[in-house]
Structure formats: C-alpha cells, structure tokens
Ligand binder design. Sequence first.
Ligand SMILES: C[S@@+](CC[C@H](N)C(=O)[O-])C[C@H]1O[C@@H](n2cnc3c(N)ncnc32)[C@H](O)[C@@H]1O
Length: 272
Amino acid sequence: MLRLRAKPYEQTNHVQRYDAHQIMKEFSRIFRWRLDGKDSLLDVGTGSGDVLMDILRPSLPRNFRKIVGSDFSAEMIEHCNAVHKSRHVDKVDFKILDIETERLPKEFINEFDHVTSFYCLHWIKNQRQAMGNIYEMLHNEGDCLLVFLEWHEFFDIYEILSNTPKWAPHMKDMKCYTSKLFRSNKAEFRRILKDVGFADCSVVIRDRSYAYEGLDALREFCRAVNPYIDRIPLKLHEEFLDDIIDHIIELNLHDGIRFIIRYRLFVIYARK
Ligand SMILES: C[S@@+](CC[C@H](N)C(=O)[O-])C[C@H]1O[C@@H](n2cnc3c(N)ncnc32)[C@H](O)[C@@H]1O
C-alpha cells in the first residue's frame, strides 16, 4: 500500500501543483457550477491538502457549501486538519476514505456536486470500484475531473531495478504499482465510466515533461513519491536513490543542470 509522508510530500510537489494549476485554469470554465453558487466538492487522494486549498478552492464560487478533502492515509488527514482546517472550520473538512472501498460510508453517498482527484488514481488496483464510488458520491447533475499518471519515466526505472538481484527482494510487489498502468488505455476508461453510469465523458492522455533544477531537487522529489523507499532498510535509501538517478543520467534526460522527466497524464472529465 502506498504510504507517502505529508511534510516531505508538501515540500516537493511542485510538478503536481503546476499541473493542477494548468488543468484547473482550463476546467474551471467547464465544470457544471450550480446557479446558486452553493457547490460542494470532494477531492479524492488529497494528500497534504495544499493542491485542494491553494489551487482548487479559489475556483469555487465564494459562497460554496462545502469542501471535503479525502485520503486513505490517516497521516495525511491529520496533517490537513492541522494545517488547513483552522482557516475554514465550518465549510472545509478532511476525512479518511479509501476510494477502492466496497462499502462506501453513507455520509459520502449522493453528497457532492463535483469530485476531483489529482495524482492519486494511478496507485489503485480496482479502477472500476473507484469510478463506481465516484459516481455514487455525486449528485444527479454532478461532474468529476480526474487527473492521474498514465506513464512516468520513474516507472520504467522501477521496473529495471526490480529485476536486479540487489533490489528485487525489496520490490517484489512492484507489479501492483505499475503493471495496471501499462494496460490502461483510453477505450478501457471510457468503457468503465459508461458501465458505472456516467452519461458523458472525455478521456484524453497528455504528454508532459518537467524540468528539475539540479540533482538535489530531483532526488528529494524521488524520495517523497517513492512507493518502495519505506520497505528498503534506511541504510540503503541513498544507494537506492543513487541507482535511480544513475538510470536517469544513462537515459540522457539532462542538460548538465536541468533534469527533464517525461510523463503522460490521463485527464478525465465526466458528467453524471
Ligand atoms: C501523490 S499524492 C497526491 C496528493 C494531491 N492530490 C496532489 O495533487 O498533490 C497521492 C495521494 O493519494 C492517496 N491514495 C492512494 N491510494 C488511495 C486510495 N485507494 N484511496 C484514497 N487515497 C489514496 C495517497 O495516500 C496520497 O496522499
């Protein structure tokens, strides 16, 4: 199970913030906002909560009804409640929710005008269950914007390392993190969205890249979003990161100063 730490994540999520900002600029015109402005929004896999509060919240009408950030990580939700809730006690809340649950708590059902999710849904195994839950949580006229990785340079490197004698013992379940991604495609997602009940959907894949200024920035980002680092003994962490960075250098993804990491994003917008 993916376990990210709130503080290091928040300090290194520049690319996630950049993408959320770009995508919200485009989709804030497309969302089906309520006429009375009393919109409610649930963010799935909200992490450290800063993307929700700094980038998504300003797109909502001023008199929005409520915003709920959700995550299956108790550490992330504790962090969000401590850092973000005090400023908006009455209308903002953070709750634990596993988006793959087969028993959606009643308090979430048919409760939101909009569901958003950024950089989370590539980690989950049962996409159909997650999409079905998102559908169930929306009001009748509700819509959702789901942004997640279709591919990332790191995933290819994880795959190479997982086949080396040094790292294989620590990366046994790597397939559960990445193989689903490689099998995902636009048609499959369209079918899932239709099957769970969405009437109208747009599924696109966007080619992206991000330039990290120097090795340290890239290394800290890699540490913060690495799904394997917690299962590797502490004394081997730096060596593991060194090996990832060596592969990036071998792939020639740098110009001496900047490291250019390529990835592809699913951008899904669907209406109930
Ligand atoms: C990379 S962070 C993204 C955080 C934030 N949305 C952003 O864009 O910066 C992914 C988050 O998804 C959460 N997550 C992973 N699987 C989940 C699941 N099945 N249900 C809910 N949250 C999940 C993780 O705990 C993590 O906080």
